[in-house]
Design a protein around this ligand. Sequence first.
Ligand code: E4P
Length: 227
Amino acid sequence: MKLFIDTADIAEIERIAGWGVLAGVTTNPSLLAAVEGDEDTIYRRICELVDGPISAEVTEPDVKDMVSEGRRLSAIHPNIVVKLPTCAEGLTATSELAKDGIPVNMTLCFTGSQALLAAAAGARYVSPFVGRYDDIGNDGVEALRDVVESLFATEYDVQVITASVRSPVHVQEAAKMGADIATIPPKVFDQMLGHPLTDKGLEKFNADAAARAAKTKKTPAKSRKKG
Ligand code: E4P
């Protein structure tokens, strides 16, 4: 399963890209509202930082305007994927853009049947929202499974992006069931990496390396940082 980052925060994208784990980026209007700067400049900078699909969301409500905004976003960089909502207008706009070979990520997807419609319209990616399904008292992981299994035996060339990820457990469950991608907030990347036993073990190794160096009067290697 590929790992994308779910943010428009350039510093965070740069930080996690530095780990060498990122295969793409997703943004949305709320994530963009949380950062300063011109949107197109942000998209261009993200495309410089990560060589993979970069989702940029359309905000126009009508089909004609969705299509022209999608074309405009797509022209920013060859890696831009146009993000459209899973609704009637979004499906029509997706099929129009797909005819031009423009990749679309259909977002705000919650069920297998919505995912099938997105795939049939020509979406290259479909994004089931796990956390928001949990938020209303349902089982987001099961909703994701519904999407993955609904698309599994179809002929569509579509990839499932596990979205609205709230914890490392969501990422692991997505990987175990065979979802193609998880798009992960920076905070969850940190939670995936950190473990108290890793920190404790590293402290002990560093202390033992320093003690040995002192005994042998060698300059100790610089202490390694905690994970
Ligand atoms: C990604 O494509 C989605 O926009 C994002 O994961 C939504 O996450 P949220 O439910 O935490 O806002």
